[in-house]
Design a protein around this ligand. Sequence first.
Ligand SMILES: NC(=O)c1ccc[n+]([C@@H]2O[C@H](COP(=O)([O-])OP(=O)(O)OC[C@H]3O[C@@H](n4cnc5c(N)ncnc54)[C@H](OP(=O)(O)O)[C@@H]3O)[C@@H](O)[C@H]2O)c1
Length: 234
Amino acid sequence: MQLAGKKIVVVGGSSGIGLSIAELARREGADVIVASRNAAKLDAVAERLNAIAIPTDVTDDKSVVNLFKSSGPVDHVVVTAAQLRSGPFKTVAMEDVRSTFEGKFWGAWRVARAAEFRKGGSLTLVSGFLSVRPRPNSAIVSAANAALESLARALALELAPVRVNCVSPGIIDTPIRAAMPEEARKEMLAKTAASLPVGRVGLGEDVARLIAVCMTNGFMTGSTIYLDGGALVT
Ligand SMILES: NC(=O)c1ccc[n+]([C@@H]2O[C@H](COP(=O)([O-])OP(=O)(O)OC[C@H]3O[C@@H](n4cnc5c(N)ncnc54)[C@H](OP(=O)(O)O)[C@@H]3O)[C@@H](O)[C@H]2O)c1
């Protein structure tokens, strides 16, 4: 119950991994603020969880400043917000790769700058295992993830005593692949599951439980933790 009574902001809290951490934190008795762009989706989540919704776009400086003006000082901040656009390195549009970095990397940067933490506070960033296990057509995502992991280490020094960590998930079954045709999505997840030592892909709840450790373990800072069902050793 170490999260009971804590004020936690989940940036990207309306879906997937962010939604799972918002649910876990509410179950533990935390006061939760969820932030993301789509206000209708955000309001529905906030109402269901009895949380507070603050519509926010992490690609916009003012929007992020407004989020933390509205929230006031907080105990823990988690950033899962990202909208990824990638493609073959030689031909992917610069607009797409810039937009991927703008949300995933600069978004986390803006959040880290704007948040005001209470004593004992923490910031958890979410990268992804492509940082260390790249695959073709995703160079920008690999680079953004690696940059986030490095940022977490740098901020662990510069924002201390605020603790800053990064969680790097493998393949997690979330709405992030909603745009994929359903059959292709299922096939990809099944193939991945069969290739992993654990025999399954991850769930949002798996990652949420690790993020809860990042928030509550007072000795953890500057760490990047890979949670990938064994993808890095296959
Ligand atoms: N799922 C995986 O397999 C996997 C693997 C490795 C790493 N990751 C990383 O884990 C993180 C979370 O992924 P997920 O699977 O939970 O994705 P998701 O289900 O698509 O959720 C993404 C969340 O981010 C919000 N968001 C996107 N762009 C935003 C912006 N500009 N400003 C504010 N909020 C924004 C979305 O809401 P709105 O669209 O309403 O803004 C949504 O709440 C991402 O960084 C992803 O790269 C995921």
